[in-house]
Design a protein around this ligand. Structure first.
Ligand SMILES: COc1cccc(CC(=N)NC(=O)c2cccnc2OC2CCNCC2)c1
Length: 389
């Protein structure tokens, strides 16, 4: 049995695919809170639950170290995500967050943090409905404790704590196929520092290509070209909120941001998230914006470099500037700030700029999932407007 845990969960099952008699929407009805299990699930004897206070520097350092040494690696185990402490504080404390959804597992004796899972609340529009959901992320079990079946009990525990807040749906992504993706995105990479990317094995020199020809191919101008292109500021929040809400409303699954969400998720934070607006020089109206988040990766086996500095396309809305031009300015900014690569998924309108801006396809896919919500058929990436961290 390939998915003994997921076959017990309210998620679309593989044997239901194409069954059009099943209704779209929640799979299980909400329960009265009095019927939600009041106590935590049982861990194997040697382990205990803990709540990780990400505001506390020592606790944040424990989480950082666990993820930095044990979190997701690429398929060839050459790179591992290296989320910074500041990034984790940003990712885990959006408006309305719950500290008790930042869940750790410790060894009873040594108190060593050996596993982690989180959820944050989010208003997500699914088709025409706005559904309050938990975005589940950062599921990590120490390499030495794999296949002890810790992940299922951690997923049940975070689900229980989410239920206690009367939230019954969740969204999550994975690089592996589980029952059952609502969409499958391809990831793409735009080289900014091709020499380093080839040196560390992230990219390969193209056939009949020299290194100098490759560096020339990816060269970007020093200056952005869009008039009125500048860093986003607090005063832009109302206009950016209007732009991003109108834009995201067209997708089948997308966040329903309010101004507090935009202030948290899109206002620039050093080394965490960058965002730029286009303020029309004449009318001073904000007509476009672009944003990317900073997620370095540890380079696992290389004598010259230890960190790959990567930018990840976040939310981009172009209403006056051509999207290609807006994104090319984002690449110019990223290159100027010493990023090695700019990553993007083929969701939203991204497909329209990937090839022209010299992105190359990555060697993997990112699958999107909903918990306790059935879609009758999967979404095309262009129907998806949700970027998870
Ligand atoms: C380059 O270093 C890596 C270190 C670990 C894994 C991967 C490959 C990979 N799995 N990439 C993605 O999942 C990915 C590729 C493009 C854009 N977003 C992505 O994932 C985001 C969103 C999901 N959570 C991780 C970050 C690459």
């Amino acid at each position: 049995k390939k998915h003994p845990f997921w076959e017990t969960q309210p998620v679309g099952q593989f044997n239901e695919i194409g069954d059009s008699t099943l209704p779209e929407g929640p799979i299980e009805a909400p329960k009265p809170l009095s019927e939600v299990r009041p106590e935590s699930y049982n861990l194997p004897g040697a382990y205990e639950w803990t709540t990780c206070d990400i505001d506390d520097d020592a606790a944040a350092a424990e989480v950082y170290n666990l993820l930095s040494n044990n979190y997701v690696e690429d398929d060839e185990n050459m790179f591992r995500f290296n989320y910074s402490k500041e990034f984790l504080r940003w990712a885990l404390r959006p408006p309305g967050y719950f500290k008790q959804w930042h869940i750790g597992v410790r060894v009873k004796g040594s108190k060593k943090l050996v596993a982690f899972i989180t959820a944050v609340p989010a208003k997500i529009k699914v088709r025409k409905e706005i559904v309050l959901m938990a975005e589940v992320n950062f599921l990590c079990v120490h390499k030495k404790l794999r296949s002890k079946r810790l992940a299922p009990v951690m997923i049940k525990e975070v689900t229980r704590r989410v239920h206690l807040e009367n939230i019954w749906q969740a969204s999550y992504t994975a690089g592996v196929v589980l029952p059952t993706p609502i969409s499958t995105c391809q990831y793409w990479h735009r080289s900014l520092n091709p020499k380093k990317l080839i040196d560390v094995g992230f990219s390969r020199l193209g056939a009949r290509m020299t290194m100098s020809r490759t560096m020339k191919l990816y060269k970007l101008s020093e200056k952005t070209i869009t008039p009125g292109f500048r860093k986003m500021e607090l005063r832009d929040v109302p206009e950016v909120t209007r732009l991003v809400c109108k834009y995201l409303a067209q997708f089948e699954v997308a966040p329903n941001f309010d101004e507090y969400d935009v202030e948290h998720w899109i206002l620039p934070k050093a080394d965490v998230v960058d965002s730029y607006v286009v303020e029309s020089p004449v009318t001073h109206v904000v007509t476009d914006f672009c944003s990317f988040y900073t997620l370095p990766s540890s380079i696992l086996m290389n004598s010259n470099y230890s960190i790959l500095k990567a930018a990840y396309s976040f939310y981009n809305v172009a209403t006056k500037t051509p999207l290609i031009q807006l994104m090319n300015d984002a690449l110019i900014i990223a290159k100027k700030n010493d990023y090695d690569v700019f990553n993007a998924l083929d969701l939203m309108y991204n497909e329209s700029f990937l090839k022209e801006l010299k992105f190359g396809p990555g060697d993997g896919h990112l699958h999107y999932y909903l918990y306790n919500y059935r879609l009758c058929q999967p979404l095309k990436p262009s129907e998806l407007g949700l970027v998870l961290l």
